[in-house]
Ligand binder design. Structure first.
Ligand code: XUL
Ligand code: CO
Length: 437
């Protein structure tokens, strides 16, 4: 099938010395690394919205890339877009995709028209999935673009808007189940505020929890066995969003007893917008048993907004893969490229080149993370750094078997404690040595 991208061949692994632009240099899908194929370790996924829908429009200019796929009629275009997506996944050897309801079928004039369009395209997607052996990583509902959601969806001050959002969520979860999706994402696009002067924050957050509980209960009732995810983001579009970062989202999930059904979908560019590193957000999710999925991209520190660029920073991909592997790897989740080409990368070929760049950067990250794990130096250093907790009173303290008096007696009987060096620079240079040797 080479109907929509005739200039692009199937992308195959050719090794790091190859200079053909349409090859993988590091991603060799069936090569086994750390006990699993690269394909299983990385579980790459295509984002329907950036890849098949977005045309490059920004605040200052209109589309630079044509995503009509040869059709202007809504129905024909909807099907062509899906076919183009499967051609792209086939050529890049990507097994999964993620979508918002409005990506797969444009919203109609009424709820019933929108739902009819969704039903039609779901049948098409189901067939395409079967024919090409592709799966849905997660589905979601776009509850932020339509003007009705300008004050939020689940957190809207209007009950009617809340109910409308519930209807859209019900349909989106039905489609996700129908397509066999293994996840469902809540990204709180406008679930936050512009000013506290007009906002009842406590009530809004409570409403969001009610809506999530209703969706979970309904989804389980209709047979959804996958994971729900919150995708934290601190701001943009709103000045403040309630799912600010991993820690804030976990607090919400715990408070409303939703942690049994939810994990986190960590996006690199959202992490940096929150003033954290990608690695930090992955670690917070992991130590709370809530690591679920990843939206892979990167921001530009000089721009400071959600540029959703394809990830090419190999230090970041390496440290991210290290966190993912230490968290036990992906189960229902995967690595979704929530990434778009820059506005001036304006040809269809650029989309393939961007995916190759992102996939190769994570593949190289996986190879380097494996080197770091196999080398063992970092693990050994951290183990040694905490070794005073491994025996005697340290171990008893961790086990909860000491009193404050025991600790005071111990401190009094000992000399002034001498903290040991954290050796940051030495660790950073040794990391370079491991990565580049
Ligand atoms: C927006 C973003 C979304 C979510 C899904 O910043 O990341 O595309 O991933 O709604
Ligand atoms: Co995202």
């Amino acid at each position: 099938m080479s109907k929509y991208f005739p200039n692009v061949p199937n992308i195959e692994y050719a090794g790091p010395k190859n200079r053909d632009k349409f090859t993988f240099k590091y991603y060799n899908p069936d090569e086994v690394i750390l006990g699993k194929s690269m394909r299983e370790q990385l579980k790459f996924s295509m984002s329907y919205w950036h890849t098949l829908v977005a045309g490059g429009t920004d605040m200052f200019g209109r589309d630079t890339i044509n995503k009509n796929y040869g059709y202007t009629d809504v129905e024909a275009h909807t099907v062509a877009k899906a076919e183009a997506g499967f051609e792209l996944m086939n050529k890049l050897d990507i097994d999964y995709y993620c979508f918002h309801d409005v990506d797969i079928a444009a919203e109609g004039e009424t709820l019933s028209e929108s739902f009819k369009r969704l039903d039609n395209i779901t049948l098409v997607l189901k067939d395409l999935q079967k024919e090409h052996n592709k799966k849905v990583l997660w589905g979601t509902s776009n509850l932020f673009s339509n003007p009705r959601y300008m004050n939020g969806a689940g957190t809207s001050p209007s009950f009617d808007v809340f109910a409308y959002a519930a209807a859209e969520l019900k349909k989106a979860i039905e489609i996700t189940v129908e397509l066999g999706g293994s996840g469902y994402v809540f990204w709180g696009g406008r679930e936050g505020y512009e000013t506290l002067l007009n906002t009842d924050m406590g009530r809004e957050i409570e409403h969001m929890a009610i809506l999530m509980r209703l969706v979970v209960d309904y989804a389980r009732k209709i047979g959804f066995t996958g994971d729900f995810y919150i995708e934290p983001k601190p701001k943009e579009p709103m000045k403040h969003q309630y799912d600010f970062d991993a820690a804030t989202s976990l607090n919400f999930l715990r408070q409303y007893d939703l942690l049994g059904d939810f994990k986190l979908n960590i996006e690199a560019n959202h992490a940096t917008l929150a003033g954290h590193s990608f690695q930090h957000e992955l670690r917070v999710a992991a130590i709370n048993g809530a690591f679920g999925s990843v939206d892979a991209n990167q921001g530009d520190l000089l721009l400071g907004w959600d540029t959703d660029q394809f990830p090419t920073n190999v230090y970041d991909t390496t440290l991210a893969v290290l966190e993912i592997i230490r968290a036990g790897g992906f189960t229902n989740g995967g690595l979704n490229f929530d990434a778009k080409t820059r506005r001036s990368s304006s040809s269809p070929e650029d989309i393939f080149l961007a995916y190759i760049a992102g996939m190769d950067s994570f593949a190289l990250g996986l190879r380097l993370a494996a080197k770091i794990i196999e080398d063992g130096f970092l693990d050994e250093f951290v183990k040694e750094r905490y070794s005073s907790w491994d025996a005697d009173l340290g171990a008893k303290t961790e086990a909860g078997n000491v009193s404050l008096e025991d600790l005071a007696d111990y401190a009094a009987a000992n000399e002034e404690p001498v903290p040991s060096s954290g050796r940051q620079e030495y660790l950073e240079s040794t990391l370079n040595q491991i990565m580049f040797s």
